[in-house]
Design a protein around this ligand. Structure first.
Ligand code: SF4
Length: 431
């Protein structure tokens, strides 16, 4: 008999979370003496252009509610662990913990904060000899609670419990998941089998369309989804955003290996009726027909330059750089065709013929194109990921008159887009 999944309206703290946990019998295998690890989604931190937190980060409010429920149950050994992506040098998990109120939770409740990027790791293998290095705390605890956010994602369609576990991987393995051979979704779908979450709670106070980081659009939903079965929770979360199990490759990989069903109809749903809360959310970004840039390039008539669409080999470290190059290219457009420059990212794109210069963003794409005969002149931006300034200089060297201030203006606008809007309450991200 598959484990049930609960869908609960968020009305008050900590009662709503407690009800969600009770409805799905979330603590049935928990003992007060257990070493508990909570893994929220604190994807990355940006001190220069603060990421609007809604739908991006697990709300600190619900994490605090969970700590209160665990303490009431008698648990005292509670760790919060995360391995945030470092998109700006020296800015990572510790800054996310501080910025989102977790250091206050540490003081208030005596919980431990662990940066999985700095933990010791254990090695697990999949597909023969492919290795995943997982933070020790995530696999050595007694009761692991996976606490993602309800969101869609430009590479994996949805980012829920299974995707959130990617944050337990060491940096090297996070990057390895984006390898072109086995593919992103197949690779990270294995993490759940090694970490074995005892409980998955999806924070649906906000749902994010086209996450991650700065650019998604958050909607207030006030829902909490919970199950002791990660797949059941993820299937319900996906359905709430308009996706079936058959739409999501990583659900199917996991279901195939574990013998579980990826049909939500085979699971019992308790609490709210799912049909009352479905709001289809888009996941994909549109590109021009000839794959030369985001859809807006066609609308504005941008020609000459080409920025092919990112693929699933682009890892989180390089993803802000890829976005930045799109916005910088737009800043160079003054109504006339731009120089014939192609700009590539990720690990497998191949330069196409017909361009005078090819800008290669990052060590991976430099390697992937080292013998490409289509390249007339390569402008290489080394780094893993490359530094922002180097990207700006490379685009200028390729003949694009880019304006970094236009990029800064755009990022500032993204950081402030929910300011003073009803329902977007920054207090949910403080303790
Ligand atoms: S260069 Fe970029 S795509 Fe390659 S591993 Fe580093 S961050 Fe990832």
């Amino acid at each position: 008999m598959p484990a049930p999944v609960s869908i609960q309206k968020y009305e008050s703290s900590p009662d709503s979370l407690q009800k969600a946990v009770e409805l799905c019998h979330g603590f049935k295998n928990l003992k007060p003496s257990d070493r508990v690890v909570i893994k929220p989604n604190l994807v990355a931190w940006d001190d220069q252009f603060p990421i609007a937190p809604f739908g991006v980060y697990t709300t600190t409010r619900l994490v605090e509610d969970l700590i209160i429920c665990l303490k009431d149950f008698g648990c005292s050994d509670i760790t919060i662990g995360e391995g945030s992506v470092v998109i700006k040098k020296g800015i990572g998990t510790a800054e996310a913990f501080a910025g989102l109120g977790y250091t206050a939770l540490e003081k208030k409740y005596g919980v431990r904060l662990v940066d999985f990027n700095k933990s010791n790791s254990k090695i697990f293998t999949y597909q023969g000899d492919r290795e995943l290095l997982i933070a020790e705390e995530a696999v050595a605890c007694d009761f692991f609670i996976d606490f993602p956010v309800l969101k869609t994602h430009g590479q994996t369609k949805v980012s829920l419990g299974m995707k959130n576990l990617k944050g337990c991987l060491k940096q090297k393995s996070k990057r390895q998941c984006h390898n072109p051979e086995s593919g992103l979704e197949f690779s990270f779908s294995h993490v759940a089998e090694f970490v074995k979450p005892a409980l998955t709670i999806i924070d649906g106070i906000y749902a994010l369309e086209k996450g991650a980081l700065h650019f998604g659009k958050a909607y207030r939903k006030d829902l909490i989804i919970a199950s002791t079965d990660i797949l059941a929770a993820d299937l319900a979360g996906a359905k709430l955003m308009g996706y079936d199990g058959s739409d999501i490759a990583h659900f199917q990989y996991y279901a195939e290996r574990t013998g579980k069903s990826f049909d939500l109809g085979d699971y019992e749903i308790k609490g709210e009726k799912i049909d009352d809360h479905i709001q289809p959310l888009k996941w994909d970004w549109t590109w021009t027909e000839d794959n030369t840039g985001p859809g807006i390039f066609a609308k504005l008539g941008v020609t000459g330059v080409a920025l092919p669409k990112y693929d699933d080999t682009l890892c989180s470290g390089c993803s802000p750089i890829a976005n930045m190059s799109n916005i910088l290219a737009l800043s160079a457009f003054k109504g006339k065709p731009l120089p014939k420059v192609e700009i590539l990212n990720g690990k497998k794109m191949q330069a196409r013929p017909g361009y005078d210069k090819t800008v290669l963003l990052g060590n991976c794409i430099i390697r992937a194109n080292k013998d490409n005969p289509n390249i007339n002149q390569a402008v290489k931006v080394k780094g893993c990921p490359p530094a922002e300034n180097d990207v700006v200089e490379a685009m200028k060297a390729a003949g694009l008159d880019v304006n970094i201030l236009a990029y800064h203006g755009y990022m500032k606008q993204q950081a402030e887009k929910y300011q003073d809007k009803e329902g977007y309450d920054p207090a949910l991200f403080t303790a």
